[in-house]
Design a protein around this ligand. Structure first.
Ligand code: PA5
Length: 432
């Protein structure tokens, strides 16, 4: 389960002030759970984990079996924003860092349709040519340009290489149940299809087939992930000032109102880099509207202490830091002793690398608090499917509560349309 430590904010906020914000967060939680607030037609994610049963999991896993039979060794997941970030975050977090170089078997999942770079696309096609590929295309609206362009290219490659019938066996579409170009195309071609329910927005969809199918294809235990999310769902419905989602939502709003306009998501684990990207989308797209909102940023420590550390310590004081801590490493590596000790490191001999990481984390926390950066610590026991499921649900819940405290509708994204209109006009799309 997810735990929260707010002691790193003690020197920045008064207890009475915090209690006032806890009450605001409890009121917002009530509105969210009674489904009476803005955007309440997009609350399908709230009870989603408990609605997932064996049949839903088996349906996702059927794609794994189907492609195992075909000895598929590359799965291209096509999607952008909420249609890829959750899967990417989970796969990166759970994979061996050097899986590619180790040549470990099982289908390798790669992502496309999240950019419009020609070089990226050409290199993806290079990869398809030397592998036995399949493709999962994900778009709720079914009309987003970036994934549509990538899918047209991948589809055309598969059809030319394997013929239309076999290409159809190698394509899975995840989209709306009725609307959008992708839905009509999938119906017409007869692709295996999963539905994204109307009441679940993109950035809240990681626990639907949008996330679960790619994560299962990468070889991870989606049942355990869903169990984690189910436990989080149960725990976080509690209308209590001790509820960690309520406390976190209260603290981030209090800090924001006190001038801390940027939330820096930090982790001391490079595998969590894409969790940072997922968090940026979840909070940025949900809260950044009506001229308000905490600006989400992310860093990986200790790496970024050597690039962003100076700013965090001494730059403009508009930051607070939310650190995602993993309590236990999965592996152990001990630093050896060296007779000559030319590098002067023998004081660390016999210690685990993770011990050094922890001391770096503690030292960083103390320094940043001294430098005027409040610190929130979110921690889970270990980095596995169960705990990632807990984290995904936890942050979704915090986001819903927090945005209601802020006074915005977390479930729309009107601002995303602005660039599209200009791009379509420049591309001479009919009607623009
Ligand atoms: O959170 C959201 O709704 C967005 O980020 C969408 O996921 C993103 O724009 C992709 O949209 P679609 O799945 O319709 O292609």
């Amino acid at each position: 389960m997810v735990n929260i430590d707010l002691t790193g904010c003690d020197s920045f906020v008064k207890k009475e002030q915090f209690n006032e914000y806890v009450n605001k967060a409890l009121a917002a939680q009530k509105v969210l759970q009674e489904e009476s607030g803005a955007g309440n037609d997009f609350l399908g994610w709230q009870h989603l984990p408990s609605s997932i049963g064996k049949a839903e999991l088996d349906d996702c896993l059927s794609v794994v079996d189907r492609w195992l039979e075909r000895e598929i060794d590359l799965v291209v997941v096509i999607g952008i924003g909420g249609s890829y970030l959750g899967a990417k975050a989970a796969i990166e977090a759970l994979s061996h860092t050097f899986a590619c170089q180790l040549g470990s078997h099982g289908p390798k999942v790669v992502f496309a349709g999240e950019n419009l770079s020609e070089d990226y696309t050409a290199e993806l096609l290079d990869l398809l040519r030397v592998r036995n590929p399949a493709c999962v295309v994900i778009s709720k609206s079914g009309t987003t340009t970036e994934p549509a362009v990538a899918f047209r290219l991948v589809k055309s490659y598969l059809e030319q290489t394997y013929g239309k019938k076999e290409a159809c066996e190698r394509i899975v579409a995840i989209t709306d149940k009725a609307r959008g170009a992708l839905k009509s195309l999938a119906n017409q071609e007869g692709y295996k299809t999963f539905v994204i329910e109307d009441n679940i927005g993109g950035r809240f969809s990681v626990l639907t087939p949008v996330g679960l199918v790619p994560i299962a294809l990468a070889g991870f235990d989606i049942a355990a992930m869903v169990r984690g999310a189910q436990d989080a769902e149960k725990a976080l419905f509690a209308a209590s000032g001790e509820n960690p989602a309520v406390r976190y939502a209260a603290m981030r709003n209090l800090l924001y109102d006190d001038g801390k306009k940027v939330e820096l998501f930090a982790s001391f684990h490079p595998k969590l880099q894409y969790l940072g990207e997922w968090l940026k989308q979840l909070f940025g797209e949900s809260e950044g509207k009506d001229g308000k909102g905490i600006f989400p940023a992310s860093v990986i420590f200790t790496t970024d202490l050597h690039s962003m550390g100076q700013y965090i310590q001494e730059g403009e004081r508009m930051l607070f830091e939310t650190v995602i801590t993993i309590d236990n490493a999965q592996r152990e590596v001990t630093i050896p002793s060296d007779e000559q000790n030319l590098d002067g490191l023998n004081y660390l001999a016999g210690k685990h690398v993770e011990h050094c990481n922890r001391m770096a984390q503690l030292g960083t926390k103390m320094a940043h608090i001294d430098g005027g950066v409040p610190n929130i610590d979110i921690h889970v026991e270990k980095l596995d499917e169960y705990n990632l499921g807990c984290l995904f649900y936890f942050f979704e819940k915090v986001c819903g509560i927090s945005a209601y405290v802020l006074g915005v509708n977390p479930f729309n994204q009107p601002g995303v349309e602005a660039y599209k209109k200009n791009m379509f006009k420049l591309l001479e799309k009919p009607g623009y």
